[in-house]
Design a protein around this ligand. Structure first.
Ligand code: C5P
Length: 308
């Protein structure tokens, strides 16, 4: 086999409840992930040396992506090789369709796709659980990039249980004008909480409301149940988000929420045509290059069969 290409999806958090900081520096979470149809594509090709390159898809700004050994797709390939005892370097090429540092787990999707592609190239048959275990070492969102669909995440987000959904949902994403660092947003959340002595609210019924809405499949009900404990911190670090959320509501979104640690804003529409209308309304307000439409849920990382 000469090269293998795999794709992995972006995610949006329908719910993101943040608990207290743990001794290891992570926060306990209760989250609901949904995989959406913005994808990263990773091609691995046998090479003399390990290497990585990146290419934008759909005008994604890739200037913030590292091209050294810290690149998550390259780290994923090397970790799998090390654990499986494979001594066959690959060149990893990433085609990015997910905003960089956008709160949509683009880097994690790169790692998920790289794991699946290398597993196929080296014919390891590690299985989804085996790859997810390795993925959790690379980042909290990597296991979800492998599993896809809709899932409740606990722990630091890496422990997953699938959620029953009966419908497809239509999303419009508005990209931030600059990326936000995930650790910085978690730290700002802690700072804001310490300032006003707020308690962390895990287990307050919000999860059940999201699960009920997903079972029912009604986008209005899901819109009413969306919430993100990191939103305030993200808005504090990137105040333009407040205006973007307001613009989304103004343009007819059922609801809007900061995606993960931001700065992407996720807007829920009632249908695919409604999402297209919403995107058309928003383009002149925020800039056409910052608007993407997508649907969810979609499957997790998978090998793309070559065209023959
Ligand atoms: O796991 P990942 O590398 O994606 O996490 C990036 C950073 O985000 C962590 O170093 C930590 O600062 C923060 N984080 C957290 N709690 C989580 C997930 C991430 O504090 N559950």
């Amino acid at each position: 086999m000469v090269a293998v290409t795999a794709q992995a999806p972006a995610k949006v958090n329908l719910l993101l409840q943040v608990g207290p900081v743990r001794p290891d520096g992570y926060h306990d979470l209760v989250t609901v992930f949904q995989a959406v149809s913005l994808h990263e594509e990773v091609t691995v090709t046998p090479a003399r040396e390990w290497g990585v390159s990146v290419e934008p898809a759909d005008g994604t700004d890739v200037s913030g992506v590292p091209l050294d050994s810290s690149n998550l797709a390259l780290r994923a390939a090397r970790l799998l090789a090390e654990r499986a005892g494979v001594d066959e370097p690959v060149h990893v090429h990433v085609r990015k369709g997910v905003p960089v540092a956008g709160g949509m787990a683009g880097g994690s999707a790169d790692a998920a796709a790289a794991l699946v592609a290398c597993d196929a190239l080296w014919q390891l048959r590690s299985g989804l659980d085996g790859l997810a275990e390795l993925g959790a070492e690379l980042g909290s969102d990597v296991p979800f990039g492998l599993h896809g669909r809709t899932a409740v995440g606990t722990g630091r987000g890496e422990q997953l249980v699938p959620v029953l959904t009966t419908a497809s949902f239509a999303w419009v994403f508005v990209l931030g004008s600059a990326g936000l660092s995930t650790p910085a947003v978690f730290a700002e959340c802690d700072r804001l909480r310490a300032l006003d002595g707020r308690a962390d609210a895990l287990g307050d019924g919000r999860l059940e409301a999201v699960e009920l809405a997903l079972r029912g499949g009604d986008p209005e009900e899901l819109g009413a149940a969306l919430s993100n404990d990191l939103a305030e911190a993200a808005c504090s670090l990137a105040p333009e988000l407040v205006a973007t959320l307001a613009a989304g509501r103004e343009a007819g979104a059922l609801a809007g929420v900061v995606s993960g640690s931001g700065p992407t804003v996720a807007l829920l529409a009632g249908s695919v045509p409604a999402a297209r209308r919403l995107a058309r309304e928003l383009a002149p307000v925020v800039g056409a290059g910052r608007v993407r439409t997508a649907t969810g849920p979609v499957p997790g990382a998978r090998v793309l069969e070559p065209l023959v």
